[in-house]
Design a protein around this ligand. Structure first.
Ligand SMILES: Cc1cc2nc3c(=O)[nH]c(=O)nc-3n(C[C@H](O)[C@H](O)[C@H](O)COP(=O)(O)OP(=O)(O)OC[C@H]3O[C@@H](n4cnc5c(N)ncnc54)[C@H](O)[C@@H]3O)c2cc1C
Length: 424
């Protein structure tokens, strides 16, 4: 991680995180530090005596996890915002008005911030969590141009963050955008903590949220055995364990390969009868030649068991109609996502039936702009039905769902922002 000015020369601090396995709050901290590329040491507490040694009563104490920072500062069960503040990355908007406010700091939002700031636009980038989005959870992105040996999503995101900061973009982390007022001359965006962001244009790059399995009691195990995404921060904790990955796409394939370096065995669970149609061939070849990865086809997870922490899962094979129970503490769900755009309906931004934001030519009916469109031009390619509000990346209807295309759309959206602002 770099400092506020984007310098990479600063030696990152090492944070110690004490907690117990299966604790959702501890996972949130590890995930945040990993995504932000902050080196940390995870110290698992196994006994109450160990817990008392760090100042809490037992391993079930709600004050866990405890984070100890290099300056000796100690935080008990800190929130994402408190950690962000402690690391010096939390900031308030410095301007009363921006040329563009970008929501979401995944590849699309980061790219938009780099191009907007580098082209002289006063730019705010708002992210509810850590930078990197879905890409930030990827252990290794191998198809991104210019990195023939691959690059971890966290590293790629951190480089982009540094670049955006160098050009003067303001990155507001740990802050969530909520429905604003889009009908006024200036777009007024509200953040969940009450902060107001006024901008002349907006780019929505809020990506997608991971889809759930939809099983009874699933929420109880969220981050306590059931994880959504590739769990890049967790791999080294799975040493000698049995890990299950649900999904047949590239993110599931990448996750399985990454876990196979640590786990005793990795089982990929897919509903289809093969991975061939859903996985890139370079990943398929590697999976087939990795001894400790097995693939259960025609199979679904049908039940989760455990008492607070996942202990076992039930799998059903639809071909044989047989159920089997497997003991595991690690289930990673990589079954794609759904856009998180409920906010759009409240402010009149059009969505399709899947919840994706509709832009440009997709808005036209018989070549004519949508009802209520107030201008005598058609919407620009990445523009929504609200002039000056753009969408880029996975959140957009018809997007390609790749890092490179999200980055491309982020850059392209900025070009349309310029056109929009120039037209007054
Ligand atoms: C595990 C995994 C591995 C992958 N591997 C590859 C790969 O190897 N190659 C490849 O090309 N693609 C890969 N992908 C796909 C790729 O990561 C996505 O296509 C890409 O991240 C989409 O970028 P995005 O910026 O549109 O959205 P996202 O990456 O989804 O980022 C959206 C961001 O918006 C934030 N956000 C959401 N709502 C709000 C709000 N209200 N306010 C503020 N912020 C908000 C989110 O927290 C998030 O950070 C992978 C995906 C996953 C999950």
């Amino acid at each position: 991680m770099t400092d506020e000015n984007g310098s990479r020369d600063v030696q990152p601090a090492i944070v110690k995180v004490f907690g117990r396995t299966g604790c959702a709050a501890a996972y949130a901290v590890r995930d945040l530090l990993h995504r932000c590329d902050v080196p940390f040491e995870w110290i698992e507490l196994k006994t109450d005596e160990q817990a008392r040694a760090i100042g809490v009563d037992s391993i079930n104490d709600s004050r866990l996890p405890v984070c100890v920072f290099p300056d000796g500062a100690r935080m008990q069960n800190p929130s994402i915002r408190q950690i962000t503040e402690k690391l010096g990355w939390f900031r308030d908007p410095s301007r009363s008005e921006y040329d563009v406010a970008i929501y979401g700091a995944g590849p699309a939002g980061l790219s938009a911030a780099v191009y907007a700031a580098s082209e002289g636009l006063a730019t705010a980038l708002v992210e509810r969590n850590a930078i990197g989005g879905q890409a930030g959870t990827s252990p290794k992105i191998e198809n991104y141009l210019g990195f023939p040996a691959g690059i971890s999503g966290a590293d790629l995101a951190e480089r982009a963050r540094e670049q955006a900061c160098r050009f003067g973009a303001e990155i507001l982390l740990a802050r969530e955008g909520i429905p604003g007022e889009l009908s006024a001359g200036n777009r007024v965006g509200y953040l969940a903590d009450g902060t107001k962001i006024i901008a002349r244009s907006a780019i929505c790059a809020t990506g997608v949220d991971y889809r759930r399995l939809g099983l009874f009691g699933e929420d109880r195990f969220h981050s306590a055995g059931v994880y959504y995404g590739a769990g890049a921060s967790e791999a080294s904790l799975c040493r000698n364990e049995y890990v299950f990955v649900v999904g047949g796409g590239n993110s599931a394939g990448q996750a399985a390969l990454h876990f196979s370096r640590f786990a005793e065995k990795v089982t990929i669970v897919v509903r289809h009868d093969s991975l061939k149609s859903t996985l890139s061939s370079y990943l398929l070849d590697r999976i087939n030649s990795t001894k400790n990865i097995e693939v259960f086809t025609n199979t679904e997870v049908t039940a989760l068991r455990g008492n607070g922490i996942l202990r076992a899962i039930t799998l059903k094979n639809h071909r044989t109609d047989k159920n089997q129970t497997c003991n595991t503490r690690w289930l990673f769900v990589c079954i794609g996502g759904a856009p998180h755009t409920e906010w759009a309906t409240g402010v009149g931004v059009a969505r399709d039936e899947g919840g994706y934001l509709v832009t440009g030519p997709d808005l036209l009916r018989d070549g004519r702009p949508p009802d209520g469109w107030p201008l005598d031009r058609n919407p620009y390619y990445l523009e929504t039905n609200v002039p000056g509000v753009f969408a880029a990346g996975d959140v957009r209807r018809g997007s390609v769902k790749r890092c490179a295309s999200a980055v491309g759309e982020g850059a392209m959206a900025v070009m349309f922002v310029h056109r929009y602002l120039a037209s007054g």
